[in-house]
Design a protein around this ligand. Structure first.
Ligand SMILES: C[S@@+](CC[C@H](N)C(=O)[O-])C[C@H]1O[C@@H](n2cnc3c(N)ncnc32)[C@H](O)[C@@H]1O
Length: 254
């Protein structure tokens, strides 16, 4: 993270999402999500790339589907880790669900200022400013009203690459300690096809995020994370080979 400043990579993702097809539901407020993304998009540096748009569209659809499935399963707690300017808590707001948005304090503060200025209320969201490099996630969630006995959904989208692997392991262990049976954790990891194009794309991605002051720190693919999930008490659910290769994984308590 850039010291003392909100995340530019999070702002970029929000800007990209403005042009994406999103899964629709009869509940929620997609217009509020779009208003926030438009507000953020105005200041985003750099030109969008077609390859990145393609990847982010797939990732967005995957997490939209995971969130909608959880709401349909009557999950009442959703935690968005490294939430950035993601507006799913608005887009898929539902009277039966409480949301927690955990993010670096500087990014979250900027998001909350924007929401206030835009007149978007989010009383169903608990904002938890928390540096995930430091530990203490489970305690912070419980202190803010999260109920460990209740099946929940945790989404961790576009975050792992920006954390040290130790911080990823610690977060997974802490989340496991508060995960009731029936909980799911959806996580995006590095893509795993190893051809020249993938290696070149990865290099370009890493150069771009380093230039934004948010260097890549962990390069874990779905395959590479199997041991880590097992060590921290999680078990991947069966997924299509395509999702696996794209690095989109859902795990449940082992
Ligand atoms: C690429 S953005 C993804 C945002 C969001 N999940 C999305 O897909 O739109 C990465 C996010 O990770 C957050 N982040 C990075 N390092 C963090 C840390 N040490 N603690 C908490 N959040 C962090 C940033 O603030 C940013 O919101």
């Amino acid at each position: 993270m850039r010291r003392g400043l909100p995340s530019l990579t999070a702002q970029r993702v929000a800007a990209y999402r403005l042009s994406f097809d999103r899964l629709a539901t009869p509940y929620g407020d997609p217009a509020a999500d779009e208003a926030l993304a438009r507000d953020v998009a105005g200041q985003v540096p750099g030109e969008p790339s077609e390859i990145m748009a393609h990847y982010l569209q797939a990732r967005t659809t995957f997490f939209d589907r995971v969130v909608i499935n959880a709401i349909e399963r009557e999950v009442s707690q959703v935690v968005m880790l490294g939430a950035g300017y993601d507006g799913r808590a608005l887009r898929y707001a539902n009277p039966t669900v409480r949301w927690w948005e955990v993010d670096h304090p500087k990014t979250q503060q900027d998001k909350r200022v924007r929401l206030r200025r835009l007149g978007i209320t989010a009383e169903h969201v608990t904002f938890l400013g928390h540096d995930l490099e430091g530990g203490g996630l489970a305690a912070a969630l419980i202190e803010s009203g999260f109920q460990p006995g209740v099946p929940s959904l945790v989404c961790c989208e576009g975050l792992v690459v920006y954390l040290q692997q130790d911080a990823v392991e610690l977060a997974l262990a802490e989340l496991r300690s508060v995960a009731a049976p029936g909980t799911r954790l959806a996580i995006s990891l590095a893509t795993s096809r190893d051809d020249d194009n993938t290696a070149e794309r990865r290099q370009r991605f890493e150069a771009a995020v380093a230039a934004l002051g948010e260097p890549a720190r962990t390069r874990l693919s779905a395959e590479g994370a199997v041991g880590l999930f097992a060590r921290r008490g999680w078990r991947p659910v069966e997924m299509s080979e395509r999702s696996q290769r794209a690095g989109f994984v859902v795990v449940i308590p082992a």
